[in-house]
Design a protein around this ligand. Sequence first.
Ligand SMILES: Nc1ncnc2c1ncn2[C@@H]1O[C@H](COP(=O)(O)OP(=O)(O)O)[C@@H](O)[C@H]1O
Ligand SMILES: Cc1cn([C@H]2C[C@H](O)[C@@H](COP(=O)(O)O)O2)c(=O)[nH]c1=O
Ligand SMILES: [Zn+2]
Length: 189
Amino acid sequence: MFIEPNISGERRGFIEVICGSMFSGKTEELIRRLKRARIANLKVEIFKPRVDVRYHETDIVSHDEKAIQSTPIDNSQIILLLAGEVDVVGIDEAQFFDDQLPDVCDQLALKGIRVIVAGLDMDYMGKPFGQMPNLLAKADFITKLHAICVRCGNIANYSYRKSPDASQVLLGEKDLYEPRCRKCYYEKL
Ligand SMILES: Nc1ncnc2c1ncn2[C@@H]1O[C@H](COP(=O)(O)OP(=O)(O)O)[C@@H](O)[C@H]1O
Ligand SMILES: Cc1cn([C@H]2C[C@H](O)[C@@H](COP(=O)(O)O)O2)c(=O)[nH]c1=O
Ligand SMILES: [Zn+2]
């Protein structure tokens, strides 16, 4: 990623969005960027929605068991209260947050903070998930990652749900979901 030097001397914030299907490596990439920011001695705060307690009460944990400590929160406005003096804010599972999240990210970036957001761009129906479309619209930088289709080995954009449960929010792992390419996803629907 190339970022032009800041010619005015004033620190400018920006919004980075990491998106893709389940198992595409969003959480790993978020953790990688946040750990590098800490290596650079930047002050980092990390948040996740309280609803996401699959692996750990507080940590953000990838499917490959890479982890970083975070603060579980009930709504996105809390980030503004807790991220006063930070350089970098990380947010995982952004699709589960309320509709204030894009505005919160804008406010953080306006204060000069680097905001790194990871989330599912599509739900199991292949529809845009939560505030992700609005975050993608506001993002300065977007990284779309792909998993490997468990059926054919091509790149996977879709998160296929193996359960008949039709609610949009249904926490789970390989027990409930598998990443699929477009062809395999629509064949089995
Ligand atoms: N079908 C798959 N395609 C790609 N990675 C997979 C797959 N199944 C399991 N994984 C594992 O998932 C890891 C990515 O996990 P994670 O960063 O938590 O993804 P995400 O946050 O996008 O769901 C990979 O490094 C890999 O070890
Ligand atoms: C597709 C889809 C997923 N979910 C849930 C399942 C998991 O708990 C998370 C996604 O986690 P990941 O870090 O991207 O692997 O979201 C859901 O609730 N509804 C869906 O449609
Ligand atoms: Zn496939």
